[in-house]
Design a protein around this ligand. Sequence first.
Ligand code: AHR
Length: 330
Amino acid sequence: MRTKKIIRAGLATLGIAAMAAMSGCADDGGSAGGEAAGSGSETIAIGFSQVGAESGWRAANTKDIQDTLTEENGFKLSFSDAQQKQENQIQALRSYIAQGVDVLAFSPVVETGWDAVLQEAKNANIPVILTDRAVDTTDDSLYVSFIGSDFVDEGKRAGDWVVENLGDDLKVVELQGTTGSAPAIDRKEGFGKAIEGTDIEIIDSQTGDFTRAGGKQVMEGFLNSHDDIDLVFAHNDDMGLGAIEAIEAAGKKPGEDIKIVTIDAVKDGMQALVDGKINYIVECNPLLGEDLAEIAKKVVAGESVEKRIVVEDAAFTQEEAAKVLADRTY
Ligand code: AHR
């Protein structure tokens, strides 16, 4: 499925075709570089460092990237899982630089701390494409393009639905994503904007690290500390699903006694929405492989690429989820 794009930043012509081709010219002895990449018909060697396997969303994103960056599609993909650790990602990126890949791509675990390794890639003339999550850097020339959702908007849409449908006087607990990650920072900001000026109060907020187990554990703590929770705002479906387990174990009905709003819209989350245990989900589209392939091919060919590609996300009520669940592929 082709993701719809909204181009926010202007085109930048990249004079890197020759550089990428050079990086792909190393011999087979340990080099990941494709032969004469940039000629338009040769294999592109791409090193991809994934965040981890923390959620259903991440599994769908990994599958899409691996299914798209195939040899038939002109790629030699080197893939690594950082297990949600920045040091593992930096190590993987350095290894790909040393191998002389044509293109580096990664979804950063956290926003900050990337300048040194990105500068190393730049010095080696290897273009970097960010997928899913942004980096916080003062030098935008350290990457060529960023493909992913608008996380602030996702949080805002979740908060807007709450204000419009559940009222403006609620006690909320927030299950945050990984501390320091772009989606955790931005979704919190967006939700906060939506509830500004209302009597909706976030009475507790902790990280569940985007995992189901983390969401369950943190929610158990919230339930022990607060007997007046109206709503859980979970930064992803998996933490919301963990919260459901904790709420049920405490003898309450998720979706009724305590409302739940989440982000992602993966199949398990959508099923819980249809079952009435979640009240609303804002989608985060994980299908980034096709845009990544297109941008990588353009970059290697020395063509202009969009600096920012915002992926379009839907949102679902319980009724809307029931209509699409059977056809949901992830
Ligand atoms: O960066 C995207 C977020 O990361 C997804 O919402 C979450 O499920 C994943 O772990």
